[in-house]
Design a protein around this ligand. Structure first.
Ligand SMILES: NC(=O)c1ccc[n+]([C@@H]2O[C@H](COP(=O)([O-])OP(=O)(O)OC[C@H]3O[C@@H](n4cnc5c(N)ncnc54)[C@H](O)[C@@H]3O)[C@@H](O)[C@H]2O)c1
Length: 241
């Protein structure tokens, strides 16, 4: 029986879509939020009747509130995965573009606050209630050169995860996942060449990139298991730190 209804932001492709697939495979409902309408339609076709999609730009406060508020009855959310994120344009500390800083902060960080508060207003209480926040090992190590704003948003999500875990206990567990390098569209263009990518892979203790399913496996545990785990971060990074 599908008891749970899991909102997943940024779920039309990549890690978010893999989490949605896992939720549906468990017989639970998945609500995919994404700004990319055609991509979302394709994702929904592959997921079937336990999935539903809402086109929303997670950086727009009113739109996020309105979209989540639409979810009532059996679709009223019981769980939330704050996954939407962008790398942003590479910028050195010598030439920061204030508009680009604001854009990355809005999509990666402000959206977590907005989606969480909308979720709390709309939610249907369930024993296993949980929130999973997608951070990154960049949130711990500062991130790649030129991507410091991205790293800063992911570091802030770690602090937020601890604050949320404390404030929302005992009803809702809140944990974070810190992926390493996962083979998704986001990674395309990060490495200057195939040789540069191979060099990075060689430095990963498990000698391969992660897959979206590797991350979804951890998310599934944090959402539906992990009964006495809250405020924690799990790395899914093949041993990379
Ligand atoms: N891929 C990696 O190596 C990696 C590593 C560490 C952390 N992460 C994190 O995992 C999450 C997912 O990454 P991914 O690799 O699957 O990315 P992706 O770019 O493949 O997919 C991201 C999805 O989010 C959507 N999205 C982006 N901005 C949005 C917005 N403003 N509103 C609504 N939807 C929006 C996109 O349309 C897309 O469907 C991100 O938070 C990312 O920072 C990824």
């Amino acid at each position: 029986m599908s008891e749970a209804s899991v909102i997943i932001t940024g779920a039309a492709r990549g890690i978010g879509l893999a989490i949605a697939r896992d939720v549906v495979k468990r017989g639970q409902r998945a609500v995919l939020l994404d700004r990319d309408n055609p991509l979302l339609d394709t994702a929904l076709e592959s997921l079937g009747p336990l999935a539903r999609g809402l086109v929303v730009d997670m950086s727009e406060a009113d739109a996020v509130g309105l979209a989540i508020n639409e979810l009532t009855g059996e679709w009223a959310p019981t769980h939330l995965v704050n996954n939407a994120g962008i790398l942003g344009r590479k910028m050195s500390f010598h030439e920061m573009d204030p508009d680009e800083i604001d854009r990355v902060l809005a999509v990666n960080l402000r959206s977590v606050l907005l989606a969480t508060s909308a979720f709390l207003r709309a939610r249907r209480p369930l024993q296993s209630a949980a929130i999973v926040n997608m951070t990154s090992i960049a949130g711990v190590n500062g991130g790649a050169p030129g991507l410091s704003v991205y790293g800063a948003t992911k570091g802030a999500i770690l602090a937020l995860t601890r604050a949320m875990a404390r404030d929302l206990a005992p009803e809702i567990r809140v944990n974070a996942i810190a992926p390493g390098i996962i083979a998704t569209d986001m990674q395309k263009g990060v490495f200057a060449s195939e040789a540069a990518l191979q060099e990075v892979v060689t430095a990963i203790p498990q000698k391969r990139l992660g897959s979206p399913d590797d991350v979804a496996e951890a998310a599934g545990w944090l959402l539906f298991g992990a009964h006495y785990t809250t405020g924690e971060m799990i790395r899914v990074a093949g041993g990379r730190i």
